[in-house]
Design a protein around this ligand. Structure first.
Ligand SMILES: Cc1cc2nc3c(=O)[nH]c(=O)nc-3n(C[C@H](O)[C@H](O)[C@H](O)COP(=O)(O)OP(=O)(O)OC[C@H]3O[C@@H](n4cnc5c(N)ncnc54)[C@H](O)[C@@H]3O)c2cc1C
Length: 388
């Protein structure tokens, strides 16, 4: 190839793809370009994100302190159904998908970030990777990072395997401006990780930065997640939008169908402490089924999978984003010293694959254990959501 620096294409411009682009550029000097399927508005699928060391470390490398993009918590409160709570001291930092996205994007302002670019084909021949997008645009590079999420098209092409499997429960979620919620609700939640669980369900809630990234009181948002055991037969109904669209992994706020929404509100009234049922009632709901992907390979010639494309961990570990960042950072390190005049560091890439597969399986097992403790997605567990 004629370029002086190696060229690297990143497919998927969410947090995993941006982390890969940043670190590969920083450590190898590669000419990086990011291709993202979504248009102007990326959906904030991640909503609240617990700040983890891998994420804090990467932000720091790029001049941002984790504290600047987080709301701080001081305690963890385990609520009973009657609203009484057991309080423990627990310092934690919480951020949000869009806050993190903005912090990473601003570091890549000078990099090609092409939206409305859905990868449809990927080929490898000679010393390069060629890709084509749904709009007919084609390009090529020396290396490709697939960060295209749980339903990765790159994984489908490269591995020809592993569609996500449904884990048996659904996450109902909300992300509301604190200013739009009753003051007494916000003051109960402020500074706390508040949770409630019962067999077959778990609810957790904490404040995160506002839509503009502000961490000032009055401008933050309340983030909540409510996991509910839901039989597979009921899933198509839950995932059907008001518009009739059948969503695979995410029903956005505003398109949850009224029947499912009414059932969620009814269940909230029956089963949750009133602090949480008020939140459900006051929120614009969105939905994510919990799904698993396990893979055995993540390196395919000049292509490597990172983030959810390279296997998922259950959300109870609060580690999905951190895993994507660690995949990206460690991948970039294996490429240090590589330039497009030399051969790819194949052995180092295979070591990276082994190490990341092993680390991921440890976190994935932790997630399964945490789900089992709340009887989420386990056999013979209470099914709280009856088919319509
Ligand atoms: C209910 C739930 C709660 C969670 N809570 C947390 C949490 O608190 N903390 C945490 O760390 N993690 C959490 N996670 C996990 C977290 O959301 C993911 O691990 C993380 O977003 C993975 O990032 P990613 O960049 O790999 O994939 P994604 O964020 O899914 O991004 C993939 C990107 O690729 C794009 N794309 C897809 N296909 C194509 C294509 N063909 N061409 C081009 N672009 C494409 C998509 O539009 C998207 O922007 C949660 C997950 C769930 C389900």
């Amino acid at each position: 190839m004629s370029h002086e620096s190696p060229r690297c294409i990143v497919i998927g411009g969410s947090v995993g793809g941006l982390a890969a682009a940043l670190e590969i550029r920083r450590l190898t000097g590669a000419d990086v370009a990011v291709y993202e399927r979504s248009g102007a508005q990326l959906h904030a699928r991640g909503a609240g994100v617990v700040m983890q060391p891998d994420v804090a470390w990467l932000l720091e490398q790029h001049g941002r302190a984790a504290e600047d993009v987080c709301v701080g918590l001081r305690e963890r409160v385990r609520l009973r159904r009657d609203g009484e709570g057991l309080v423990q001291q627990a310092l934690q930092l919480m951020t949000a998908w869009d806050t993190l996205y903005a912090a990473l994007r601003e570091q890549l302002a000078d990099v090609c970030y092409r939206q409305e670019s859905e990868l449809v084909t990927l080929d490898q021949s000679g010393d390069e990777v060629q890709v084509e997008f749904a709009d007919g645009y084609r390009t090529h590079a020396d290396f490709l990072v697939a960060a295209d999420g749980i339903n990765s098209q790159c994984r489908a092409v490269l591995a020809g395997e592993s569609r996500p499997t449904y884990a048996g429960y659904v996450a109902w979620r909300g992300l509301e401006a604190e200013a739009d919620l009753p003051a007494e609700v916000v003051s109960e939640l402020d500074g706390r990780f508040t949770l409630f669980h019962d067999d077959g369900m778990q609810f957790l809630c904490y404040l995160v930065p506002g839509a503009d990234g502000s961490t000032d009181p009055g401008r933050r948002r309340v983030n909540w997640v409510w996991y509910i055991n839901t039989p597979a037969v009921a899933l198509p109904d839950v995932m059907r939008g008001t518009s009739g669209r059948a969503y695979a992994s995410f029903v956005p706020a505003g398109d949850v169908n009224p029947q499912s929404q009414a059932r969620a509100l009814e269940l909230a009234e029956q089963a949750l402490p009133s602090l949480f049922s008020t939140l459900v009632e006051r929120s614009s709901l969105f939905v994510q089924p919990v799904q698993d992907v396990t893979i055995s390979r993540r390196v395919f010639g000049r292509c490597a999978l990172v983030g959810d494309a390279a296997g998922t961990v259950r959300p109870h570990t609060a580690a999905g984003t951190a895993k994507a960042f660690a995949d990206a950072t460690l991948l970039a390190r294996t490429l240090v010293g590589w330039d497009n005049s030399g051969a790819l560091p194949v052995e180092a890439l295979l070591d990276w694959e082994r190490q990341r597969n092993s680390d991921t399986s440890v976190i994935a097992q932790m997630g399964l254990n945490l789900a089992t403790n709340s009887a989420l997605g386990v056999q013979n567990a209470p099914q709280l959501w009856s088919p319509g």
